[in-house]
Ligand binder design. Sequence first.
Ligand code: NAP
Length: 282
Amino acid sequence: MEQRVFGHTGKQVPVLGQGTWQMEDDSREAALRSLRAGLDLGLTHIDTAELYGHGKVEESLVAEAISGRRDEVFLVSKVMPSHATYAGTLAACEKSLRRLRTDRLDCYLLHWPGSHPLEETVRAFEKLVADGKVRAWGVSNFSVADLEELVGLASPRSIACNQVLYHLEERAIEHAVLPWCEVRGIAVVGYSPFGNGHFPSPQSPGGRVLESVARAHGATARQVALRFLVRRPSLFAIPKASRVAHLRDNAAAATLVLTREELASIDQAFPPGPYRDDVPVI
Ligand code: NAP
């Protein structure tokens, strides 16, 4: 699995990780099999959150999947904005660690900007880093304005990533958020790379372009999409797959190499839309 440096952490992290949102609704056995197969194939970036299944995803799925192989994993969880006071963030992290049956997170994110002072969340993140409970911290769903507020409180070098909605039919981050992060060496993790299950149909104009590129490589349209979504060195993607067949399909995208012309044809088929410096959300 291709790896790249994850922002200022200096850590090599696979370009494709594994999402876990809504996994509690799937067959537990299938989801566990898929997460473990993902680890075997090098999709070792696992993205979870206290929010997912109200803690159930951390406790009953991710903890089980990484049991005995914690050192292989780049483990990311998130604090909910409603908990993100100084004390609330520390407490939420402890609870996530307990549910995940681990002593540290590789990256801890603020799930989206909330109403508690950001300064408190940042102070808690720094305390968690100092205490070794969190290796790095970052944010999610942060617009340029949110990021500007954040760099008033913390050096850009301490912000590992911004996790944002990014798929072929939602490329708004390319206008401002992505360049802002790239200039400052902050990793951009694209979530819902398949539009949370709304992938372009093979009959749609864009879908036909994906199918044609895929055919030329003996690949699938989803592999082509994933490869496009990680085409810049700052980008990572975290598809969610509770079925091993899906997981294997996605993992194979890591070895796909698209030509400049193919990337340009996908770019044209899925235009980024009008300028915006905020972030769309799912
Ligand atoms: P997604 O990855 O865009 O799509 C997941 C859906 O696509 C599932 O129904 C999955 O089916 C299906 N799928 C996956 N691979 C497939 C394949 N090769 N062929 C056919 N179908 C395939 O959706 P997402 O869960 O919204 O996003 C991914 C992750 O991003 C989340 O799980 C979460 O970790 C993160 N996220 C973060 C935020 C945030 O606010 N920070 C918000 C949303 C998501 P099966 O599961 O049945 O295999």
